[in-house]
Write a protein that binds this ligand. Structure first.
Ligand SMILES: CC(C)(COP(=O)(O)OP(=O)(O)OC[C@H]1O[C@@H](n2cnc3c(N)ncnc32)[C@H](O)[C@@H]1OP(=O)(O)O)[C@@H](O)C(=O)NCCC(=O)NCCS
Length: 107
């Protein structure tokens, strides 16, 4: 949050903070990421948040890394024009296995 190149927004739903959405640089590329509180899933919150955020975070191309099993997030990204361009692996914890990810790009 101290990095001035980062854009980060709180997501409000009915006036309540329910998540966040951010854009940041990772390995020289602009990346978007978001997180919605579980009790608010399936209400279109991520979709509306990404739609509004793409009018604020104007850098293109814009990238996202999504776990392969996270079909809901892939759907949200693809609704707004992100396309799958590759695959990656990420180890959130050295003691746990790797998470297989898809890399998506918005041109
Ligand atoms: C992934 C996440 C952001 C989705 O948020 P959400 O507010 O529930 O998403 P929305 O309601 O806007 O849209 C979900 C879409 O995925 C679809 N979907 C949900 N589950 C699905 C599944 N198992 N398979 C395919 N599509 C699915 C929904 O139908 C909807 O698409 P639609 O609008 O065409 O009907 C939310 O679950 C989350 O915060 N998860 C934890 C953090 C995370 O994964 N962040 C993203 C990292 S890239």
């Amino acid at each position: 949050m101290a990095d001035e190149t980062v854009i980060i927004k709180t997501i409000l739903f009915d006036g309540q903070a329910v998540g966040n959405i951010a854009c940041f640089e990772m390995f020289g590329k602009r990346e978007v990421g978001y997180w919605i509180g579980k009790e608010f899933w399936g209400k279109g919150v991520a979709s509306e948040s990404l739609k509004q955020f793409l009018d604020i975070a104007l850098t293109r191309p814009l990238y996202a890394h999504v776990a392969k099993h996270n079909a809901a997030s892939q759907r949200v990204l693809q609704k707004f024009g992100f396309e799958i361009i590759g695959e990656d692996k990420w180890s959130p914890n050295p003691n746990e296995g790797e998470v297989e990810e898809l890399i998506l790009e918005l041109k």
